[in-house]
Design a protein around this ligand. Structure first.
Ligand code: NDP
Length: 479
């Protein structure tokens, strides 16, 4: 049994109350570690440590901060296999995916923001005949970073790397469902000698640890990635203490496929955009709109490709591993039931899957494709966040845009067409923070990332993140 501990002021600690929570390997349905069931006292201790560490960290030279972040990145790289196994065991994702995507991207986040802080420019504005303005961007102080379970270390570092790079000290809470790789990262921080209190990680429930970080008047900003309803609550709480807040929330992303697309390329990518990480990526395309000229061809080809997907023990060569938890599996299965009640036909999948051997108690769901639902029904309006997609035929470009924009969400969209004018027209009209044309999930860390409508507030990525984690001050000097 692994014991995960808090990392506060450079020390590994149990929760003050000594209470713990069980952490489950979802592919085996078995407890494999305990984590501290921390409360507001532990959070206060972490905030105090971060406050004490702030001045020195904020005054450190760019080069020193660069060295620290790079040292963390390099040590994760050196322990790649250890991090990969941990991420897969904690989340249920295939090890190849953790090796190909999660852990390399966590390393890139640290390297990218180590470099970004060296290149983050300030502006000056000459006011003719009067004087010169220059803009200072200063770190905020103690900031809170709260991250979800779907891409645990990837999204944890997406928050803490820019926060630390910009000169803030951090109190972070990973998801209670997947705390393991954040714990391994704190081990790395201790080993490379990151000054005590610069990064503090408090494990436990969102409703206690997360809520205490959000409520504290000493925390100057919250960077949150997670569900829309949690984001709504956090936004309201942050208003009470006038915190800066960045929210990366849920999605119900449209994948719009026109008759004139490159069919084979579209098909291969649509399999990935539907089912990578068991469909548990906020950027997965869950509503597939297909123009009527190729609807039947697409449906047959897609379903036969889905039939080939292997689901099973994430340590083996499977396409899909397990769902992250039993609760989440039940939620997904309930949506599949709802789809049937709403008049949908299940073209393939639709059930829990039982796997033989060590994974017999794991939480597996067949990749599922549904057709025959209105774009306005509940299943097509609410985020399912699992290996479930719906197919919806359309006639014209205008119809596709109207249906794609009909949900409260606006995170990401994929457009498949070989007509450049159409690609531009549709990209401009879709309400989403990110649009991919003839591709999916190609990420350049310099680009702005975030959602419209109920998919989020603010943008992160590149200098957007550096701006979020700094306070802007303009200074005017009279000539
Ligand atoms: P949740 O909103 O349930 O949780 C996210 C984090 O917030 C967890 O660490 C959670 O802790 C914590 N939390 C929960 N309640 C509170 C609270 N009252 N105050 C402070 N913190 C709290 O999301 P999930 O973990 O279920 O993640 C899935 C969601 O994340 C999906 O909706 C997905 O779309 C979204 N997401 C968005 C992305 C984006 O970039 N837009 C990227 C990835 C995911 P605990 O786990 O302990 O409850």
């Amino acid at each position: 049994m692994i014991t995960i501990q808090n990392y506060i002021n450079g020390q590994f600690l149990d929760s003050g109350s000594k209470k713990t929570l069980e952490n489950i390997n979802p592919s085996q349905g078995k407890v494999f570690s305990t984590i501290p069931d921390s409360d507001s006292t532990d959070v206060e201790q972490a905030i105090h440590a971060a406050n004490n560490a702030f001045l020195d960290w904020s005054l450190l030279s760019f080069e020193k901060r660069f060295d620290y972040l790079l040292a963390i990145a390099h040590m994760i790289e050196a322990r790649m296999d250890n991090f990969v196994q941990a991420e897969s065991m904690d989340n249920g994702k295939p090890t190849w995916l953790a090796k190909q995507a999660d852990i390399p991207r966590a390393i890139s986040n640290l390297k990218f923001f180590a470099a970004a802080q060296m290149n983050f420019p300030s502006e000056s504005h000459h006011t003719p005949g009067q004087g010169l303005n220059y803009t200072l961007r200063k770190p905020l102080g103690v900031v809170g970073c709260i991250s979800p379970w779907n891409l645990p270390l990837y999204l944890f570092t997406w928050k803490i790397a820019p926060a630390l790079a910009a000169g803030n000290t951090v109190v972070a809470k990973p998801s209670e469902v997947t705390p393991y790789t954040a714990y391994l990262l704190t081990k790395v921080c201790a080993e490379i000698g990151l000054p005590a209190g610069v990064l503090n990680v408090v494990h436990g429930l969102g409703s206690t640890v997360g809520a205490s970080i959000v409520a504290s008047p000493k925390v100057k900003a919250i960077a949150f990635t997670g569900g829309t309803s949690t984001g709504r609550y956090i936004n309201g709480e942050c208003a009470k203490t006038f915190k800066k807040v960045s929210l990366e929330l849920g999605g119900k992303n449209p994948n719009i496929i026109f008759n004139d697309c490159n069919f084979d390329e579209m098909l291969a990518t649509t399999i990935r955009s539907s089912f990578t990480n068991q469909g548990q990526i906020c950027l997965c395309g869950s509503r597939i709109f297909v123009q009527k000229g190729i609807y039947e061809q697409f449906k047959n080809a897609f379903v036969s490709k889905v039939r080939e997907l292997k689901v099973g023990d994430p340590r083996t060569e499977v396409n899909l591993g397990s769902i992250v938890s039993e609760v989440h599996m039940e939620k997904i299965l309930n949506y599949i039931d709802l789809a049937k009640k709403e008049g949908g036909s299940i073209l393939i999948g639709g059930n829990r899957l039982s796997i033989e051997g060590e994974c017999k108690d794991g939480f597996f769901i067949q990749p599922t494709v549904i057709e025959g639902l209105s774009h306005l029904c509940q299943v097509n309006q609410e985020e399912i966040f699992g290996p479930v997609v719906t197919l919806i035929p359309f006639d014209t470009e205008e119809d596709a845009i109207e249906m794609a924009n009909s949900t409260p969400y606006g995170l990401a969209c994929t457009i498949w067409t070989d007509t450049i004018q159409r690609a531009h027209r549709v990209a401009e009209k879709i309400d989403s923070g990110i649009v991919w044309v003839n591709s999916w999930m190609v990420r350049d860390l310099r680009t702005p990332f975030g959602g419209m409508k109920e998919s989020g507030v603010g943008r992160e990525g590149g200098f957007e993140a550096m701006r979020f984690f700094t306070e802007t001050k303009n200074v005017f000097i009279k000539y």
